[in-house]
Design a protein. Structure first.
Length: 483
């Protein structure tokens, strides 16, 4: 969300009072539209009273004078006009005067549907499940991905897999933002068209990177990465257009990987389950896109493409951090960390919604900026603490469910929780429009871990501290929560 303030519906602007002109003795000045009429004793009415009356509905719900100053500036009031008309130094001084004159009258908050802390929980948990289920594809494909030699200290086949995955994350994060922007403008056909052209291009890009990064003997891994890129494209379409249940149905064949944790499955069965799931995902995505494309032609122009680039950079930084969590330790414990982080994205999304909803409620019910800052800070601490509790519980559950998995050491557990803090706060700042700051912090932390893997805890801790400071500075301002 941007920090701009919109306090009146479009098309209802009231003309500003005209600047009173000086009168000479013995002359009659014709009335100027918008100027306050003279009183019975011949003195002109105070123009500030007229301004108070005109702006009363907006000033009464303001939490801080800065909101009123933003409204005055949006109405085109310059400091010269304010000095001549109202006798105040600038818009901020005038705003403080208006704020003091008008009594606070915040409307009562609307009652949430279905309970304050249960709205949307099922949908967010469903999204967390569909985020995690694709990990079973790696269990089914494990016999096909093994290569004799690895590079950069990684197991064989890892480099093409990582190259394809990172390319897909960056591309589809950028594409998702552009499609969501079209949806926010009410143009669903344009969103469908953006996905129709962007998703296949992302699949081709991920495939090209995977094959370019594959060494001799890593062709099977590159083929799997190509399928992974195709799946990411289809999943992006289904998730952006709200078809989580269709994606869940497409992923159900991967549940056949559960017996593979203890027993060996025939290669033919493994391949059949993988291809069935991939084919179903692509088919569902194609069916979802067809009606939207047929309904009409999107308008020309639209949101600038450059506005979506920071979201791709955030996807790159956060994706690299998650990959470091997966390859920075033994295969089993690393996989458990990735599974816990992936499953936690469902509750994380729900807690983001709860922070937003609780902040808007405080904006309508609290009378001072100080009270609002304290309330929002408390809500931020509760939501972040709730997410870290969920991540901790999921990490322990993944350790217990994985046969032979070692218990995470305290240092690794602390690093994982710091990484969870970085991801959740980064998503929160992204949701409020501070995506470039979040992307820069995540990219710097990921670069530090890439250059020096042993610096993982320090990099995660530093990034968590910076993002916490940014959230406390940016999100406690009332203007950050205005639509």
């Amino acid at each position: 969300m941007s920090g701009s303030l919109w306090l009146k519906p479009p098309g209802t602007e009231t003309p500003l009072p005209a600047i009173p002109r000086p009168r000479r003795e013995g002359t009659v000045t014709p009335a100027v539209p918008g100027t306050p009429p003279p009183t019975d004793d011949g003195l002109a009415a105070d123009p500030l009273d007229a301004l108070v009356e005109r702006l009363d509905p907006f000033v009464a719900v303001a939490v801080h004078p800065d909101e009123i100053a933003a409204l005055l500036e949006s109405d085109g009031m310059t400091d010269d006009h304010i000095r001549l008309t109202y006798g105040r130094a600038d818009s901020f001084a005038l705003a403080e005067d208006l704020y003091a004159r008008v009594e606070r009258r915040h409307p009562a908050p609307e009652a949430p549907r279905g309970g304050a802390w249960h709205t949307g929980l099922a949908g967010c948990l469903l999204r967390g499940l569909v985020f995690a289920l694709p990990g079973l594809a790696y269990v089914l494909a494990a016999p096909f991905l093994a290569a004799e030699q690895g590079r950069f200290g990684l197991p064989g086949g890892t480099v093409p897999l990582l190259g394809g995955a990172i390319t897909g994350w960056v591309w589809n994060q950028t594409l998702s933002h552009r499609a969501y922007t079209w949806l926010g403008l009410g143009d669903r056909p344009a969103a469908a068209r953006a996905l129709l052209t962007g998703a296949p291009a992302g699949a081709l890009a991920g495939t090209a990177v995977a094959f370019a990064a594959a060494a001799p003997g890593e062709t099977p891994a590159a083929l799997f990465a190509a399928g992974q890129s195709l799946y990411l494209a289809a999943a992006t379409v289904l998730l952006v257009l709200g078809r989580e249940r269709a994606l869940l149905c497409a992923l159900l064949p991967l549940a056949g990987a559960v017996p593979a944790f203890r027993w060996d499955l025939p290669d033919l069965l493994r391949a059949a389950l993988l291809l069935t799931s991939l084919t179903a995902g692509v088919a569902f995505a194609a069916l979802v896109l067809r009606p939207g494309v047929r309904r009409g032609t999107a308008g020309r122009g639209g949101p600038p493409r450059a506005a979506s680039l920071p979201y791709g950079l955030f996807g790159l930084g956060s994706g690299l951090l998650v990959l470091h969590a997966g390859v920075g330790d033994t295969l089993v414990s690393g996989a458990g960390a990735v599974i816990a982080l992936t499953l936690s994205m469902g509750p994380a999304e729900w807690l983001l919604h709860r922070f937003r909803g609780e902040s808007l409620t405080r904006l309508r019910t609290l009378a001072t900026a100080r009270e609002f800052r304290r309330a929002v800070t408390g809500t931020l601490v509760l939501c972040l603490g709730g997410y870290l509790t969920v991540l901790f519980a999921l990490t322990l559950a993944a350790t217990l469910a994985w046969p032979g998995a070692p218990w995470p050491t305290p240092a690794r557990l602390i690093t994982l929780l710091l990484l969870g803090t970085v991801l959740w706060l980064g998503l929160l700042l992204q949701a409020f429009g501070a995506v470039l700051s979040a992307a820069a912090v995540c990219l710097l932390a990921a670069a530090a871990q890439t250059v020096e893997p042993a610096a993982g805890p320090v990099a995660a801790g530093g990034a968590a501290a910076v993002l916490t400071l940014l959230a406390c500075v940016l999100l406690v301002r009332p203007t950050a929560h205005r639509p």
